[in-house]
Design a protein around this ligand. Structure first.
Ligand SMILES: [Zn+2]
Length: 61
């Protein structure tokens, strides 16, 4: 999967599968969710993966 180098861009359509947001470097919260996402993906838990993505995407910095 290729990662776009854009920093802040919200996808307008929530129904489409979105690219995984990158956790902000140095942010423990983002790092936590990124880790959860990795675990969820390993467990093949798509709902949890997207949940983690939402947390990362919405995290204010
Ligand atoms: Zn964060």
């Amino acid at each position: 999967m290729t990662e776009p180098l854009k920093t802040m861009e919200d996808a307008p359509l929530l129904s489409l599968p979105l690219a995984d947001p990158d956790p902000v470097p140095g942010c423990p919260r983002c790092r936590y969710w990124a880790r959860e996402r990795t675990d969820a993906r390993r467990a093949d838990d798509g709902a949890r993966v997207s949940d983690c993505n939402v947390h990362i995407r919405r995290h204010p910095h």
